[in-house]
Design a protein around this ligand. Structure first.
Ligand code: ARG
Length: 263
């Protein structure tokens, strides 16, 4: 995670961001701290902190730093120059921490775990708005895994982790209309029990949840109906108000990058 010390809405690179709707710094810090504490205290995760840095307000969204596999970081190549400035900071941090860094060819964009999510042993890869389709083959060869590319179709759900959320070996949350027809078929094929969320829940970033075993940490805006569906399947929802981060187009899952696989 990365503290929101320099977090702000300084540019507009997705439909959620508006220079006219600034983040409230104290509120953002309190919301981030609450998320941190739920993960660290209630769920007993060990959290490493990437040092915050001025001039890169979206650095808090560490899910986009890259994709971690063992002691290797497949580093992101951000689409927009405003976020490309994060790349050297991420790289320096991981290098110091002893990771091997894989850089993809500069002509391809890739926004890390924001667009690449494991479903069992399969990596689902979302492309179009932030990551480029050919990256799926590079990921497959670096990871030695099956990678399934799916095209994203709705600008508001520009990263895969805004519309798809693996829950366990059989189920995942998803917002079907964020995918094209082929992508929908791919997901229905790999996920035995997909749980479709309503547009209202999708717009509250229901799919941008952090899943740890049967715990689901998500923005507090989830509908009671979705909470009930998750509870019926044995999940405990930990709601955290992340409204200040929705202003940048992110919620719980975007604010963390997984460093080690689930136990
Ligand atoms: N403002 C950031 C951007 O547009 C938000 C990133 C959200 N991250 C995510 N993994 N969905 O790049």
């Amino acid at each position: 995670m990365c503290r929101p010390t320099h977090y702000a809405i300084s540019y507009e690179i997705n439909p959620w961001m508006s220079l006219a709707r600034q983040a409230h710094p104290a509120r953002a810090r309190a919301q981030w701290q609450r998320l941190h504490d739920v993960l660290a205290r209630a769920l007993r995760l060990r959290i490493r902190l990437l040092p915050p840095s001025p001039g890169v307000p979206d650095l808090v969204f560490t899910a986009n730093a890259g994709l971690v596999a063992g002691r290797t970081l497949i580093r992101s190549n951000f689409r927009y120059p405003q976020r490309q400035r994060e790349q050297p900071l991420v790289e320096r941090y991981f290098r110091k921490a002893g990771y091997r860094i894989v850089r993809l060819p500069a002509r391809y964009d890739f926004e890390g775990e924001g667009d690449a999510l494991w479903f069992g042993r399969t990596l689902v890869f979302g492309f179009r708005f932030r990551s480029d389709e050919p990256v799926h083959e590079l990921l497959a060869s670096h990871l030695g895994a099956r990678v399934l590319p799916v095209e994203l179709a709705d600008r508001r759900f520009y990263h895969l982790d805004t519309c798809f959320c693996p829950l366990d070996e059989r189920s995942a949350l998803w917002y079907p209309r964020a995918f094209d027809r082929y992508g929908r078929r791919v997901i229905e094929h790999v996920v035995p029990n997909p749980i479709a969320v309503s547009q209202a829940d999708a717009l509250q970033f229901a799919c941008n949840a952090i899943v740890l075993g049967r715990a689901v940490v998500a923005h507090a805006g989830l509908s009671p109906g979705l909470r009930r569906r998750l509870a019926r399947r044995g999940f405990t929802v930990y709601p955290v108000d992340l409204s200040e981060f929705l202003k940048a187009g992110g919620a719980a899952k975007c604010l963390v990058l997984r460093l080690s696989p689930p136990p």
